[in-house]
Design a binder for this molecule. Structure first.
Ligand SMILES: Nc1ncnc2c1ncn2[C@@H]1O[C@H](COP(=O)(O)OP(=O)(O)OP(=O)(O)O)[C@@H](O)[C@H]1O
Ligand SMILES: [Mg+2]
Ligand SMILES: [Mg+2]
Length: 292
């Protein structure tokens, strides 16, 4: 099979692992920078031009699209879809998952537990907003943040007010969320392939840090999920139509609460914490499904 990894950086752990496992199984795996693709649209002959050739021989794509190039990256994935190429994440699903508000709205409708969340357009009635989520402390989050940047813990009403004012001044859209103190600075990342959990880790923020992101200095350990956690992870993958994804959740007194679903989950943390070969699971998933 000819497999294309859409990525800007060939040296990332995840990219290297996918190439290695793909080649081990006899596939030709190529990395293509989506920003260097020209999308050619005409009647009934969609194609993609890359460097000096047409990408008309590709059987499957693995999008690894960074948040900063979502628009262009998704346009390239969509073009592959139009060409009948199998993708492990559709352009629509990637785009939807990048917006936390849009995702949470869909997931709440599907009955998935989550921290109570408010989206508001102005900062005047901060008191009411804070009341909606049960009082301070509250979490304030940029809708399109990643790696824990743009996630703020406001411990007092004054702090919440200032943060909301600052984000408003920058015209940055945010959600206000109930702070789940029981999580104690930890969260769970479940890695899903083909709709099933193939590995899970608990990430613990460093001392004094409420964010558990590995990029913020957190550490990770393998964890066995209970039934409620397994169900939540698989439901989230199904609702957002992301058969391959990373589902983040918090453990709370009222059971697991969904934080977000990542359409391009990193493999390094989860493979190292669990000892599982997740790259191989992704390749075998492609083998089983591209002919469907
Ligand atoms: N409502 C909350 N209550 C308690 N802790 C929270 C809450 N929301 C987020 N956190 C903590 O902050 C971290 C970052 O939040 P979140 O995952 O929403 O942001 P992100 O920037 O999108 O991160 P990622 O890199 O995983 O995409 C979480 O992993 C969790 O540890
Ligand atoms: Mg995120
Ligand atoms: Mg997260």
């Amino acid at each position: 099979m000819n497999i294309v990894i859409l990525s800007r950086n060939p040296n990332l752990y995840s990219t290297e692992r996918l190439i290695k496992e793909g080649e081990k199984r006899g596939h030709n795996v190529e990395i293509i920078d989506p920003l260097k693709c020209d999308i050619i649209i005409e009647k009934e002959k969609p194609t993609i031009y890359y460097k000096d050739r047409y990408l008309d021989y590709v059987d499957a794509v693995i999008p690894r699209i960074g948040a900063s190039i979502t628009f262009y990256g998704c346009a390239v994935v969509r073009q592959f879809e139009m060409m009948g190429v199998f993708t492990i994440a559709t352009s629509d699903a990637i785009q939807r998952s990048r917006d936390k508000l849009r995702s949470l709205q869909r997931l709440s409708k599907a009955g998935i537990g989550m921290p109570k969340t408010v989206f508001t357009n102005y900062s005047r009635d901060v008191e009411e907003v804070i009341e909606h989520v049960g009082g301070v402390p509250v979490i304030i989050k940029l809708l399109e943040g990643t790696q824990g940047l743009g996630v703020v813990l406001a411990e007092t009403k004054n702090a919440a007010e200032s943060v909301l004012e600052a984000f408003n001044g920058l015209e940055a859209r945010v959600i206000v969320q109930e702070f789940i103190g029981e999580a104690k600075g930890a969260d769970i990342r479940a890695l899903i392939v083909e709709g099933q959990v193939v590995g899970a880790m608990k990430r613990q923020g460093k001392e004094g840090e409420f964010r558990s992101n590995l990029h913020r200095g957190g550490s990770a350990d393998i964890i066995k999920l209970n039934d409620a956690e397994l169900r939540l992870a698989m439901n989230a993958s199904r609702v957002l139509k992301l058969p391959v994804c990373g589902v983040d959740m918090l453990q709370s007194a009222r059971g697991p609460l969904l934080l977000e679903v990542n359409s391009t989950p990193g493999l390094e943390g989860i493979e190292k914490a669990t000892g599982r070969n997740i790259a191989k699971s992704i390749i075998t998933y492609i083998e089983r499904n591209r002919l469907l």
